[in-house]
Design a protein around this ligand. Structure first.
Ligand code: AMP
Length: 286
């Protein structure tokens, strides 16, 4: 166990498990925030949410190779560990769990979670083995960190549905908390991958949020046709030079099922490439 100032950094699964169990035995409630690091206020809002309702907060930092598909940004994914630990320290987190790839996937590792229909479309279709990797690492992390509550961001809407299923299907004794999306001043959803954008791309990227707001406004003005709203969103994105839109999906709230008419709460989810970055965002309307 290594100590940097007051936040403890733990690398081993056995040590984090023992530390969390000891805290719970002593009567403390424990919150857990799984992350891949490169912190921004989105991550830190999850830490704050945990700090607000749990006695102790554990944050894991692990760039999980199994959730990257071949050709994605695994190697160049940012890993500013010292800076991250500094931020956790300032925020008041209790423990940072920073396992190595070998600790998580030792030689001989060969079991994966087979995810169901909730993981098939949208992000699952664009990134075929992504949710299998997410579900596998989340299951492992929740075993290693037997916390009372786990905090995830709504930014990764489909991921929250996959994790909810995982927790239910494997009877994991943890409460899932889904926290709101934190945005930059111009509305761009905070993401570690925003660092891949150059200045022009960064300005252009705000159009994703503008398109989501446009959908909200059109719905509020009485439009219920998904086709009509999607058209306008595409036009807006094209007008600012975002021409690589992977999907704009209108989903019944808390599902991955598409709707063609907006009659009840609907999540508008969007994925687009801007420069080298693949960006996702979503917004609930209706
Ligand atoms: P990551 O490090 O990208 O795996 O993200 C770790 C957690 O932070 C996930 O639960 C994400 O959904 C969440 N997160 C990432 N960006 C944001 C954001 N802008 N607002 C809220 N939560 C976020």
């Amino acid at each position: 166990m290594l100590k940097t100032k007051s936040i403890k950094v733990i690398n081993s699964a056995a040590d984090i498990h023992a530390a969390v169990l000891a805290a719970k035995c002593a009567g403390a409630s424990v919150g857990f925030v799984p992350t891949m690091g490169a912190f921004h206020e989105g991550h830190l809002s999850l830490v704050d949410a945990s700090l607000a309702e749990c006695d102790r907060t554990v944050v894991s930092i692990f760039v999980n190779p199994t959730q990257f598909t071949p050709g994605e940004d695994l190697e160049k994914y940012p890993r500013p560990l010292e800076q991250d630990l500094e931020m956790l320290e300032q925020r008041g987190a209790w423990l940072a769990f920073v396992p190595t790839v070998d600790e998580m996937y030792p030689p001989g590792f060969e079991s994966y979670v087979e995810v169901g229909s909730v993981a098939q479309p949208w992000e699952g279709a664009a990134r075929p083995t992504h949710f299998r990797g997410v579900a596998t690492v989340v299951l492992k992390l929740l075993q290693m960190v037997p916390a009372d509550r786990a905090y995830f961001g709504r930014k990764d809407y489909q991921q929250t549905l996959v994790v909810r299923r995982l927790i239910e299907d494997f009877d994991l004794p943890i409460a899932l908390r889904v926290c709101p999306i934190v945005r930059e001043a111009d509305g761009l959803a905070m993401s570690s991958r925003n660092a891949y954008l150059d200045l022009t791309e960064r300005e252009r990227a705000a159009a994703l949020w503008q398109a989501l707001l446009l959908a909200e406004r059109r719905r509020a003005a009485g439009e219920t046709s998904v086709a009509a709203i999607r058209n306008e969103m595409n036009e807006h994105l094209a007008a600012v030079g975002i021409d690589d839109v992977e999907y704009i999906a209108f989903l019944a709230d808390n599902t991955v099922q598409e709707v063609s008419t907006i009659a009840s709460p609907t999540v508008v989810a969007i994925a687009a490439r801007v420069g080298r970055a693949r960006l996702i965002d979503n917004h609930r309307i209706g």
